[in-house]
Design a protein around this ligand. Sequence first.
Ligand code: SAH
Length: 259
Amino acid sequence: MSDRPSFPARLPGRPGHVSTEMSTRRQPVAPSVPGKEGGSVGESDFAHMRAHMVRKIEAQGVGAAAVLHALNTVHRHRFIDPALIGQAYEDTSLPIGLGQTISKPGVVARMCELLLGARIAQGGSLGRVLEIGTGCGYQAAVLSLVVQEVYSIERLRALHEKARANLRPFRIPNIHLLFGDGIAGYAKGAPYAGIIAAAGGDALPDEWCEQLAVGGRLVAPIAGQNGRQALVVVDRGTMGFQRTTLEDVHFVPLKSGIA
Ligand code: SAH
């Protein structure tokens, strides 16, 4: 493992400070991009599409205002290949290279809302959260608006670098990007109020449970005995762990080692 960030991470051009403020100041002014019919799609079009996506996700049952606000704030179109930009605000996963995908925004919202249900979350806010599977960095950006500190680990160096590049313009001070195998969690940042996995394994790594704070919650896709992946929630209490299996999901596989 390498690239231990400074704490809090300081990004160039702005003094680092820890904040959960949901500020649109973090969003840089965007150039317009070509639209399908040769016209241009500007930021106001994207804002419109984003708001529409958020309304649909709300209609699907996500009610946490902080999560809906975060989804409405983060520019998902900045995290995907320009060729796919027209689909940026559809509730779908999209390829981000190396066989990986940016998660469906509806599932990102659902998992973030579940995470906020941790007993340790006071007044709706969570402390330190570990994300396994940074990918392009989208979910890390969403999480940065709803929790206090995000540690996000990625096993593919090229995607770790891509996420760094994608996130740089937003100058988000409370995201710490790590390169390494997240199956081992990230012990240096433990204990975590929340752990969220964006890749699905066959079993829950012991390290994740060990690194969870008492009162903390883990949300991860795990394969069941039927071979189907489902969202699993693990709550750590003073007496032990409570595991709940929820709906089926489709995440890329959790793999061991770095590449
Ligand atoms: N969080 C992303 C989703 C990325 S897809 C989003 O915002 O949309 C899942 C990612 O998990 C992939 O980039 C994959 O490389 C990564 N991954 C799989 N196994 C991993 C592991 N053991 N440690 C860290 N990352 C892993």
